[in-house]
Design a protein around this ligand. Structure first.
Ligand code: SF4
Length: 349
């Protein structure tokens, strides 16, 4: 199914779309994202913010400006906000935690955080401040590819963090990259199996985009068909997941990638609210980012015959407390599958 194209692919995506509508109706969750720091202590080969990229101007956003933006000037369509950064514990302490406190007391936004692998103490501080959803991607299910790509820690540690976050009452969204150089079809299937095994409430499929100033800059971009076929497979195997339409679909397939994502099982859109003066330096892939502003998001939702959800992700998850930590039915056990893994040795932060 992951190699489908043409009318067979359309049928496959239509099945995934129908499953989305059956489970969620036509409503699409709409959140905002603010990218608060591009400092990162990690060195992922697929990311332009890796620590070895000395050409990048690093920034940390201003806490008061972000607060004003999100409290006073946020788009009326968003119900949630995702606070995202490179793996930068300084930014977590100085910006993210105070921002979560402020948003919790001054807005009714659902709050997600995507700030990398942190210490249990920092996760707890974020949760006590009012964040409910943590986004931690496992990136690839192949431990040796994970290591080769210098993704954070080891695959085993990453999975342990995801499990422990879930065990500590976080709702966890994860994700993987499709189309990585050297990635086999079997590895793509393993990604789907790991997504099924982990205790997730959301999961994304991101296309591999060769990032500027990275070791993979000369490698070919992912096929958007593979990415969307993975998205459809994810929807059909786990109808209950919230699946974002990722903005990188616009790079993998300019003009229609994003809307095709909504047609292949996605039900979450993200409006980029990062202040424009720093946004270009949040260099996941390329400087000429295609920014999904409110106008573009609302147009895509409308053109696909969908509508903006008035319910936040947090409200949705609260009303759907359901266990998604199902037994792994593949041939390969993943670390922590017996729930025995604790967080690895705390990192110095
Ligand atoms: S993917 Fe995340 S952890 Fe890895 S280098 Fe980029 S910002 Fe850092």
């Amino acid at each position: 199914m992951l190699a489908l194209s043409g009318s067979d692919q359309q049928d496959w995506h239509a099945r995934a779309h129908a499953k989305t509508i059956e489970r969620f109706g036509r409503e699409v969750f709409v959140r905002g994202v603010v990218e608060v720091s591009n400092f990162c202590r990690e060195n992922c080969h697929y990311c332009g913010m890796r620590r070895d990229n000395r050409a990048l101007s690093r920034y940390r956003a201003n806490l008061d400006e972000l607060t004003e933006l999100l409290v006073e000037h946020r788009p009326s369509s968003i119900t949630d906000v995702n606070i995202q950064s490179g793996e930068d514990p300084v930014a977590v302490r100085e910006i993210v935690i105070p921002l979560v406190h402020r948003l919790r007391s001054q807005t009714n936004l659902g709050i997600s955080v995507c700030a990398g692998t942190l210490t249990p103490a920092l996760y707890n501080e974020l949760q006590n401040a009012g964040a409910r959803l943590y986004i931690m991607k496992f990136e690839t299910a192949d431990p040796s590819l994970y290591e080769q790509l210098e993704a954070p820690g080891t695959f085993s540690e990453r999975v342990s963090h995801i499990r422990q976050l879930a065990a500590n009452n976080w709702w966890v969204s994860s994700g993987f990259i499709a189309g990585l150089p050297g990635q086999s079809m079997e590895n793509l299937l393993d990604n789907l199996r790991v997504a099924r095994e982990l205790p997730l409430h959301g999961c994304s499929v991101s296309p591999f985009i060769p990032g500027e100033e990275t070791p993979l800059a000369q490698d070919p971009m992912a096929s958007v068909d593979t990415v969307l076929n993975c998205t459809a497979a994810l929807r059909l195997q786990q109808p209950e997941l919230v699946i974002p339409a990722v903005s990188a679909l616009n790079i993998a397939c300019p003009g229609e990638g994003y809307r095709r994502g909504l047609r292949a099982g996605a039900n979450l859109c993200t409006i980029n609210l990062t202040p424009s003066e720093v946004r270009d330096n949040y260099l996941l892939y390329k400087r000429d980012r295609f920014i999904m502003n409110e106008e573009r998001i609302l147009a895509a939702i409308q053109e696909e015959g969908r509508q903006v959800s008035s319910r936040s992700l947090v409200e949705f998850y609260s009303s759907n407390q359901q266990r998604t930590d199902r037994p792994f039915d593949g041939h390969q056990a993943i670390p922590g599958g017996d729930g025995s893994h604790a967080f690895g040795t705390p990192r110095l932060v």
